[in-house]
Design a binder for this molecule. Structure first.
Ligand SMILES: C[S@@+](CC[C@H](N)C(=O)[O-])C[C@H]1O[C@@H](n2cnc3c(N)ncnc32)[C@H](O)[C@@H]1O
Length: 325
């Protein structure tokens, strides 16, 4: 067999393999088999928005939640100065002590094997003539590990840098320029050991992802643009994350019918995606002015016909946190 024949034989084999893997993966084949003997019933889901402070999530029982997907206010980023100062936090350390109270509640409500996904960016800031990095991701890891969380490999979310002034420092001459900060972190933590499931759990198999999704989602760098939402002004004001971030995390780390909590709900991205992916959700938001935005986003659930949308908002339970302190 000469080189050319061998190459074309190998190409043929590869195409065959590609076709095979593209059409069916192991869970897809298993699911098809299982569905022959058992019908799949997708459970109805509930969505609860609590206007209140997630440093005390006493509406949620211990170990009752499967997944946390969230993005807190970022310490040392000007956008959040007012919120932190209202809470009495004026420096890097105290801002992280504030967030750590929420991480502690997340640890309490997560079940054994539950996962917390925390999106955070580092801050660059000049204080007293010193320009430096405030590594928020390091502080969150330190606090979460102190609470007992197990740190898992994290994701770097790389945003496109199209701004003309993206490069900071002294132009084209060394050595005083700064590396561009174009990545945020999606930190991943687990409480305890991995979640056990009975063998051939139908709902777990029905929640599988495809080979292509697995290859993209489980790689360490995600190249995604920022949030593009209808209410751009509000999205920017609360630094909303794109639906794709919540979508991937929910599909990667929970199954249909699970409960997902976002303790910093903002415009409601996590809740909207949880609804669309058949997970229950609970969201905490301290800023009551965001309620109409959250309602609108939920009524805009892509998978629903317009005639059913109003019902979704009616189905959303909204309550104010009981004042127990
Ligand atoms: C970065 S934003 C979240 C954006 C959200 N991921 C989205 O897609 O819209 C953080 C949110 O947390 C809220 N927040 C801050 N401290 C809080 C607390 N202790 N309890 C509840 N919400 C809080 C802020 O009002 C803000 O809306």
């Amino acid at each position: 067999m000469d080189g050319r024949t061998l190459r074309s034989e190998m190409e043929k084999q590869e195409t065959k393999r590609d076709k095979k893997t593209k059409s069916t993966s192991y869970p897809e084949r298993q699911l098809a088999k299982m569905l022959k003997s058992r019908p799949l019933k997708i459970p109805e889901t509930n969505h609860h928005l609590i206007i209140g402070d997630s440093r005390r999530m006493h509406e949620i029982a211990d170990e009752s939640v499967h997944l946390i997907v969230t993005s807190p206010p970022y310490p040392m980023i000007e956008l959040w100065d007012d919120l932190f100062s209202k809470m009495g936090c004026t420096d890097f350390q105290t801002m992280h002590v504030y967030l750590a109270q929420v991480w502690s509640e997340c640890y309490r409500i997560l079940m054994d094997g539950g996962i917390a996904c925390i999106n955070i960016g580092d801050a660059l800031r000049k204080i007293d003539d010193t320009f430096q990095l405030y590594p928020n991701h390091v502080k969150v890891i330190e606090h979460c590990e102190a609470l007992g969380f197990i740190t898992l490999p994290y994701i770097l979310w790389k945003k496109p840098t199209t701004r003309a002034n993206a490069f900071l420092g002294s132009g084209f001459i060394p050595p005083n320029a700064y590396v561009t900060q174009d990545c945020e972190f999606i930190l991943l933590f687990r409480k305890g050991q991995t979640r056990p499931f009975p063998p051939k759990d139908l709902i777990r198999y029905a929640s599988h992802y495809t080979i292509k999704e697995r290859n993209t989602w489980f790689s360490q760098i995600w190249q995604l643009p920022g949030a593009r939402q209808k209410n751009r002004h509000v999205s920017r004001r609360v630094a909303a994350f794109p639906e794709e971030v919540a979508y991937r995390l929910i599909r990667m780390f929970s199954i249909i019918g699970d409960t997902v909590v976002d303790p910093f709900l903002g415009t409601g991205t996590t809740m909207k995606v949880a609804k669309e992916t058949h997970r229950n959700s609970i969201g905490y938001e301290i800023d009551e002015k965001l309620v109409p935005v959250i309602e609108t986003r939920l009524s805009d659930t892509d998978s629903l016909k317009p005639s059913r949308r109003r019902k979704v908002v009616e189905g959303l339970q909204i309550s104010h946190q009981a004042d127990t302190h």
